[in-house]
Ligand binder design. Structure first.
Ligand SMILES: Cc1cc2nc3c(=O)[nH]c(=O)nc-3n(C[C@H](O)[C@H](O)[C@H](O)COP(=O)(O)O)c2cc1C
Length: 200
């Protein structure tokens, strides 16, 4: 009888989870998974400045990203001061030989740096960036990874800025997570058909 019930449950498309609860595959509607799918790179922002409390929630999520051997090699510099934000925007643009705002008018920049003495620093910092981007979306804010943090903080001006901020050590810029209220949200590109290869 026990086997008959189990077979019927499986035939009806039921899943048996680790915790022993049973859920239909169609019923697996998960807010976190939805958030991961619907986050987009935002390149147009309103003038509104997000409250510090939301920025704290996002940075906190960043600090819970996994890191190699739990060494927590990255640091996050949360820039909400407009003059500093404008300065690092100018430095970032200069790397490209441009004078446009590579931060697309976003009012907040979360700079992720990671300690190069740690062999996993690049992976660690990238995962922090991922958490920040997804956390921003989860609290209703737009975000985008803006590159060239490496070049910016390798420059003399960048090194001086780190010193000003009291950051000492062998840090490399990993990325800038810009944050603000999205003025426009683009549609995602279709995923390439061979993105996932199942070996079953
Ligand atoms: C390593 C990395 C560097 C990126 N650098 C930039 C950048 O400098 N400027 C920019 O507008 N977007 C940048 N992006 C955002 C990507 O262009 C964007 O994630 C991609 O087009 C996919 O769009 P989606 O995030 O909406 O899925 C970067 C993303 C990554 C992961």
């Amino acid at each position: 009888m026990k086997y008959l019930v189990l077979s019927l449950a499986l035939a009806a498309g039921m899943l048996v989870s680790c915790s022993g609860t049973q859920e239909s595959t169609e019923m697996v509607q998960n807010e976190t998974l939805e958030n991961l799918k619907t986050r987009r790179a935002i390149r147009s922002y309103t003038d509104s400045v997000p409250p510090k409390e939301l920025i704290r929630k996002i940075t906190e999520a960043g600090t819970y990203a996994p890191t190699g051997m739990g060494r927590q090699s990255p640091i996050i510099v949360a820039v909400t001061d407009k003059s500093v934000r404008d300065r690092i925007s100018r430095m970032n643009a200069a790397v490209m030989g441009s004078d446009s705002d590579p931060f697309y008018g976003a009012p907040v920049v979360l700079v992720v740096l990671a300690d190069k003495d740690c062999p996993t620093y690049l992976y660690d910092g990238s995962l922090v960036m991922g958490n920040l981007l997804n956390a921003a979306h989860a609290v209703g804010l737009g975000s985008c990874w803006i590159h060239r943090a490496k070049e910016v903080f390798e420059s003399e001006e960048g090194k001086a800025l780190l010193k000003e901020w009291g950051i000492e050590g062998n840090y490399e810029g990993i990325g800038n997570c810009i944050i603000g209220y999205a003025a426009e949200t683009p549609a995602p590109k279709p995923r390439k058909p061979d993105y996932v290869r199942y070996i079953e």
